[in-house]
Design a protein around this ligand. Structure first.
Ligand SMILES: C[S@@+](CC[C@H](N)C(=O)[O-])C[C@H]1O[C@@H](n2cnc3c(N)ncnc32)[C@H](O)[C@@H]1O
Length: 400
């Protein structure tokens, strides 16, 4: 596509600003579609709005207007015969779709997230997170302890994300020479189980708070990796298990302020032998922000960390380097994923013109990842951009 046609295709700035302002209406339409089970219903075949209204106990005229809204955003297709069918975007909202983002959409659309972002201005004025302002609690994690229904929605979303991260990490990182992976803050074990299943010679140690580690044992057994993986409980701010060749921190460091993040890294450093490595799976914020989908995913997640945690944030390479150096570690490599390669641009063009279904290939840092990137980056779809597994991974080694 020439520069000129690109220019012509771009909406005027006023339209872009208005669309941005109204984005929450589209977000709520998608969330309601999920609440009413529209994607699962339409997954069985095209239906009229009347049929969908009857099946969901809703008003036919209003359902028709919701479906028109969803059609305008490429979630469903208006067949022109009175029927609507799912598009590929709508398809990944189904509960049982491979790589379903249903639980992620539910979490982002959940009441406590809406309330938290309604307090964004207060957060910025006071420096407090929204859960402190609204509920007098330390963070969203404390809120979930008190609200099991909200916690379930959050846990489901995290599990879906971990499944994506695990699958990508298992393929994109070269585990050659690694005997044991210690997964610090490993949660239920989805990331570690994916890695162990893909690499039958690896052994693992899952480490998390005692309550979480207990639950993880059952999951690791269900995944058939319990004979190669132990689950240990403890506090990563105090100490972490020894014996690892690779220490993994997947979506852990970004939950914490610098002081806590350094403490956890220091505990890892103390447990590491000189040849051990540490792999952080988190987004890496670019030093200079440009308006592309990957960066938008980074900043949206960073804003969520701002309203939801006590000091958590997405960090730049320089910020990671400082943290790591304070913990006696040296950043040896940043493994970038999902940069705007030629195929990403092609994908975006096709997606925008309705010819989507292809996947984007991420740029990879090493030949090993280059071989794998076609498969590993198949999650780079616009709806997933917010949670698309990792913009970059930081590989670190002891500095002394
Ligand atoms: C966002 S989750 C990430 C889970 C998993 N690594 C993943 O990527 O799916 C953060 C994890 O850190 C764990 N965690 C929080 N505080 C901890 C502590 N003091 N010691 C060990 N784990 C902790 C939580 O229980 C949770 O499982």
């Amino acid at each position: 596509m020439s520069d000129q046609s690109n220019h012509q295709a771009r909406p005027p700035p006023t339209a872009i600003a208005a669309r941005l302002a109204m984005a929450y209406i589209a977000s709520q339409a998608v969330n309601v579609a999920i609440k009413l089970g529209l994607a699962d219903l339409l997954g069985k075949g095209a239906m009229t709005s009347g049929e969908i209204a009857q099946a969901t106990g809703t008003q036919a005229d209003m359902m028709h207007r919701l479906l028109r809204g969803l059609a305008a955003f490429d979630v469903v297709k208006d067949l022109g015969s009175g029927k609507f069918e799912l598009t590929p975007v709508g398809d990944c909202l189904r509960a049982d779709a491979p790589n379903s983002v249903r639980s992620l959409v539910r979490m982002v659309g959940s009441e406590n997230w809406w309330q938290a972002f309604a307090s964004l201005d207060e957060c910025i004025k006071t420096g407090q997170n929204a859960y402190r302002i609204l509920h007098g609690l330390e963070s969203s994690f404390a809120y979930y302890e008190k609200h099991p229904d909200a916690a379930r929605i959050f846990d489901d979303a995290m599990s879906a994300n971990s499944a994506l991260v695990g699958a990508i990490a298992a393929q994109a990182y070269d585990f050659a020479g690694i005997g044991r992976v210690v997964d610090v803050g490993g949660g239920q074990g989805k990331v570690l189980a994916s890695i162990l299943k893909a690499h039958p010679n690896l052994r693992g140690t899952l480490f998390d708070l005692p309550r979480v580690a207990e639950g993880a044992s059952a999951f690791l057994a269900k995944e058939g990796v319990a004979d190669r993986c132990e689950a240990l409980g403890g506090d990563m701010f105090v100490s972490v298990p020894g014996g690892g060749d690779l220490y993994l921190l997947s979506h852990v460091i970004h939950d914490w302020d610098d002081q806590h993040a350094t403490k956890a890294l220091q505990a890892c450093r103390r447990a590491m032998v000189p040849t051990a490595k540490l792999l952080i799976l988190d987004r890496v914020m670019p030093e200079r922000i440009e308006p592309n989908p990957m960066t938008q995913g980074n900043v949206l997640l960073d804003l969520r960390m701002m309203v939801g945690t006590a000091g958590g944030r997405e960090r730049t390479t320089a910020e990671f380097e400082t943290l790591l150096s304070d913990a006696g570690l040296r950043l040896s490599r940043v493994i970038r994923r999902g940069r705007r390669s030629a195929s990403w641009k092609r994908y975006r063009r096709n997606a925008c013109s309705g010819r989507m279904r292809t996947t984007a290939a991420g740029d990879a840092a090493a030949p090993h990842q280059a071989q794998k990137r076609g498969r590993a980056s198949s999650f780079c779809q616009p709806l997933c951009a917010f949670f698309q597994a990792c913009a970059a991974w930081a590989l670190c080694q002891p500095s002394t």
